[in-house]
Design a protein around this ligand. Structure first.
Ligand SMILES: O=P(O)(O)OC[C@H]1O[C@H](O)[C@H](O)[C@@H](O)[C@@H]1O
Ligand SMILES: [Fe+2]
Length: 208
């Protein structure tokens, strides 16, 4: 492994970005079609504000070397499509046995996680809380608050992301929606198709 220069990166809490990054991307409403239960509500919002940024990531990415780390900051805007809170695309790591750590900086969110066999776990993320996403868990962040949700993340540089796993099962098993009292609740996704035992077994074989 070749040597890299150490670095310090400052997190700007109000902007929700990090300096000294190597990359930055934004996901707008128009990029997120098909993720939400209420397709009509999505179409209505996208027709008036399809360019609206739902979340953005600044990251520092070394050359993908075994043993190195990718880290950065995710900022998610507050909002809902119908009664469903804004979320990230979500993924499982392409090397499915790679974990991830999130460190809440500001705002209030949850990490929605799903095992290959379809179990759901939900972990709250707020300022000063560390969320551990263990190997093999599909993960998606959801902003359940009224302000920006800002989180620091770090994961192994050779993890990769498989985004198709969620689409293939008709979405994640659980959706995070407004409970009608300013909070959130988890509800079943009616379109969810469980993975077959063969698909589950294959995920546990995707190690280097
Ligand atoms: O990649 P998405 O599912 O769109 O989520 C956006 C980003 O969220 C977090 O910041 C993760 O650590 C990143 O790995 C991820 O890329
Ligand atoms: Fe990840």
């Amino acid at each position: 492994m070749k040597m890299c220069e150490p670095v310090s990166c400052q997190v700007d809490l109000s902007a929700g970005v990090m300096d000294n990054g190597s990359g930055h991307y934004q996901k707008r409403l128009n990029d997120l079609a098909g993720l939400y239960a209420d397709g009509d509500a999505f179409a209505t919002q996208a027709s008036v504000a399809g360019d609206r940024v739902v979340y953005e990531v600044t990251e520092r990415r070394p050359d993908a070397q075994h043993g190195d780390l990718i880290f950065g900051v995710t900022r998610m805007s507050p909002g809902k499509i119908g009664n469903e809170y804004f979320l990230t695309r979500g993924h499982i790591h392409a090397q499915a046995d790679r974990p991830e750590i999130y460190y809440g900086q500001s705002g209030h969110g949850v990490m929605l996680m799903e095992s290959p066999a379809g179990e759901t776990r939900i972990v709250a993320i707020g300022p000063q809380s560390i969320c551990y996403v263990p190997p093999y868990w599909i993960h998606r962040s959801v902003n359940v608050g009224a302000e920006d949700l800002v989180m620091v993340f770090a994961y192994p540089a050779d993890s990769g992301q498989d985004y198709e796993i969620i689409a293939r099962s008709g979405g994640m098993k659980t959706r995070i929606v407004d409970d009608g009292h300013g909070g959130w609740q988890a509800v079943d996704n009616a379109d969810y198709q469980p993975r077959s035992p063969q698909q589950v077994a294959r995920l546990f074989q995707t190690t280097l």
